[in-house]
Design a protein around this ligand. Structure first.
Ligand SMILES: [Zn+2]
Length: 241
C-alpha cells in the first residue's frame, strides 16, 4: 500500500492517542478505590453478621438476668416470711427448729443465686461492650466507605474527561487519514492488542521490539518514502521516523 509520509505520521499520531485512551481505560478499571471498596464491604458484612449474633446473645442474657432476679426475689421473700414467723413467737419449738433450718438453707441458696446473678451481669456487660464496639466500628466503616466512594467518583470523572478530550483529538486525526489506510490500521489494531502501528527506531520495530534483519533493513532503505511498511514479525504498520 502507498501512503505519503504525512499520512504515515498521522497514523503514528493516532496510535499514540489510542494508546493513551487504552491506558486511561485500564486505569479506570484498576483504580485502587475499587479494591478498597470490596475490602470495606467485606468488613461491613462481617461486622453486621457479628453484631446480629452478639445482639441475639445480649437478649438471651437479659432474659437470664430477669429470671435470676426473680429467683433471688422469691428466696428473699421466703426468708422474710420465715423470719417474721420466727419473730412472732407463735411457733412451737418443733416449728421453730424447722424454720431455723429452712432459713439457713434459704440463705445459702440466696448467696448461690446472687453469685449466678453476678456472673450473668458480667456477661451482660461484656456483651453490651461488644455491641457498642461493633456499632462504632460499623459507623467508622460507613464513613470510610463514603469517603472512598467520593474519591472513586472524582478519579472516574477525571479519567472520563481525559478520555473525552483524547477522543476529540482522535476524531481530528482520523479525519485527516485516507480510508484504506485507516481501515488497515483499525484491522491490525483489533487483532494486535490495541497497537496497529509502530515506529521503526534504528533497526527495531517499536511494536514488537524485535530487530529487523540486515537483508530486510537494506530492502527497506531502498524503498520509496511513500511505500507503507509492515513489520515482518508482528505485521504492524511500520513508520520510518
Ligand atoms: Zn514488529
Amino acid at each position: 500500500m502507498q501512503a505519503s509520509p504525512a499520512q504515515q505520521s498521522h497514523i503514528l499520531e493516532l496510535q499514540f492517542i489510542d494508546s493513551e485512551i487504552m491506558q486511561a481505560n485500564t486505569k479506570l478499571k484498576s483504580l485502587p478505590e475499587i479494591e478498597q471498596l470490596l475490602h470495606i464491604d467485606k468488613r461491613i458484612i462481617a461486622a453486621n453478621t457479628e453484631l446480629a449474633i452478639v445482639k441475639a446473645e445480649a437478649e438471651q442474657i437479659a432474659l437470664e438476668l430477669r429470671r435470676g432476679e426473680v429467683d433471688v426475689e422469691t428466696v428473699t421473700d421466703r426468708i422474710k416470711k420465715d423470719e417474721a414467723r420466727l419473730a412472732s413467737g407463735n411457733a412451737t419449738p418443733k416449728e421453730l427448729e424447722q424454720l431455723q433450718h429452712e432459713v439457713e438453707s434459704l440463705k445459702k441458696r440466696q448467696v448461690a443465686l446472687e453469685e449466678i446473678e453476678l456472673e450473668i451481669m458480667v456477661r451482660a456487660e461484656a456483651s453490651s461492650t461488644r455491641v457498642n464496639t461493633l456499632t462504632t466500628d460499623l459507623s467508622s466503616l460507613e464513613t470510610l466507605k463514603s469517603e472512598i466512594n467520593q474519591r472513586l467518583a472524582s478519579a472516574t470523572t477525571d479519567i472520563n474527561l481525559l478520555i473525552l478530550s483524547k477522543t476529540t483529538a482522535r476524531n481530528e486525526v482520523v479525519a485527516k487519514i485516507e480510508k484504506p489506510l485507516l481501515d488497515l490500521y483499525e484491522k491490525i489494531k483489533a487483532s494486535s492488542g490495541g497497537v496497529g502501528a509502530a515506529s521503526l527506531v534504528a533497526d527495531k520495530c517499536n511494536g514488537c521490539n524485535l530487530t529487523i534483519n540486515a537483508v530486510e533493513m537494506n530492502r527497506i532503505k531502498a524503498l520509496a518514502a511513500d511505500e507503507l511498511l509492515r513489520c515482518e514479525e508482528c505485521r504492524r504498520i511500520l513508520v520510518r521516523i
